[in-house]
Design a protein around this ligand. Structure first.
Ligand code: ATP
Length: 368
């Protein structure tokens, strides 16, 4: 549904000489939700604005629904109002002097559309119904919560009956509790309507929750892409592993590898890991372990535990995070259910779950 090839965007006069978008290729299949995920400044909003037609690229091609909408090399440029898209921004841009339904009707009554009032109202009601706000149609906009206002801007985007929905950090202005509700609402509407969607966020949890596919970006480029579960459980790149919050990283050397696992020699001992990339005997890796893959125990019947000392613990409601010093390394272990009652200075064994450790080749191209 969306096909992007070789997309490049430069902004003149930037302190950094890099391109804001530096050769992006991406495909969004019909009916899927694909997320652009990355840290601030990585170029995700610019990529979305280029797809929307709110920015012009320096190079590349963009097609939507099989129709070429932008190709500077071929002199093709279809403006934002003529692309089959609906856009929702972080600032929900709801007009305060109007009611909910007037906000949704406005674009239908103005511009090129100019639908009769009754028809515009019917279409706006349908869109409000899709986002669960039909009951509040006649409420003045200032009397709506932030989450409701964001759903109004989603309804407004849907009235265009777009082939593609483009959402730029639509949740970041909302409080934590509300954010989850609007997130679920957006994913619900997107799946019910089967509407092809690009969603921009810097929040890993949000990306995992809503996406069919996650595209991880850094410095204007795509680092990695995959199903949400793959990006979470088996990242192939160190940048992704760190960005997805795999906080434990241990340097090691490859001892041997077969099709499914790789044996790594760590200071702490040997460990079987999931392999990524080109790993040959003797090569240097970083082993990434999620806090929940490090189990703490007072005894070590398996003989696989790493001896350490508890530094401190943090309580999160459904789990505890223990920070444990093993040699020179501070490791984080997450324990669900039972608190094992460890305190600062207590000796403990850290037992790594082998099936979930990931070995990633050390980046040696100096471009870290
Ligand atoms: P954020 O999450 O902070 O919005 P982002 O990943 O969406 O970040 P972009 O907004 O796409 O990043 O910006 C990419 C780079 O381009 C940044 O370095 C930014 O400063 C720069 N940039 C974006 N818009 C402009 C502009 N209009 N003029 C100059 N530089 C710009």
């Amino acid at each position: 549904m969306i096909e992007v090839r070789g997309l490049v965007k430069r902004f003149e006069g930037r302190a950094v000489s890099r391109n804001a978008v530096d050769g992006i290729d991406l495909d969004v299949p019909e009916g899927k939700l694909v997320t652009l995920l990355g840290p601030s400044g990585c170029g995700k909003t610019t990529t979305l604005r280029l797809i929307a037609g709110l920015e012009r690229p320096d190079a590349g091609r963009i097609s939507i629904g099989g129709k070429l909408v932008c190709a500077p090399g071929e002199g093709v440029y279809v403006g934002v109002h003529h692309r089959p898209i609906g856009v929702v921004f972080q600032s929900y841009a709801v007009w305060p002097h109007m009611t909910a339904i007037e906000n949704v009707m406005f674009p239908l009554r103005s511009g090129q559309k100019r639908l009769p009032r009754a028809e515009a109202r019917r279409r706006a009601m349908e869109a409000l119904d899709m986002v669960g706000l039909a009951d509040l149609a006649d409420r003045p906009a200032p009397a709506l919560s932030g989450g409701q206002q964001q759903r109004i801007s989603l309804a407004r985007a849907l009235t265009r009956e777009p082939e593609v929905l483009l959402l730029d950090e639509p949740l970041s202005n909302l409080d934590a509790g509300l954010r989850d509700r609007v997130r679920d609402e957006i994913r619900g509407v997107q799946q019910r309507l089967g509407i092809t969607t690009v969603f921009v966020t810097h929040d890993q949890d949000e990306a995992l929750a809503v996406s069919d596919e996650v595209i991880v970006m850094d410095r204007g480029r795509i680092v990695e892409r995959g199903a949400a579960q793959e990006i979470y459980a088996w990242p192939r790149e160190e940048f992704t592993a760190r960005f997805m919050g795999i906080s434990n990283s241990l340097p090691g050397t490859v001892l041997s590898r077969d099709a499914n696992t790789v044996e790594i020699d760590l200071v702490q001992g040997r460990l079987s890991c999931l392999p990524t990339g080109k790993l040959s005997e003797g090569s240097s890796v970083n082993v990434f372990l999620r806090p929940e893959s490090l189990v703490l125990s007072r005894k070590d019947p398996s003989g696989r535990g790493w001896k350490g000392t508890v530094e401190f613990s943090i309580y999160h409601g459904d789990c505890w995070d223990y920070h444990v010093r093993v040699g020179d390394t501070l490791l984080r272990s997450r324990m669900y259910r039972e608190k094992i009652g460890l305190a600062h200075g207590d000796p403990v064994y850290v037992v790594p779950e082998e099936a979930t450790a990931i070995a990633i080749p050390v980046n040696t191209d100096g471009d870290a």
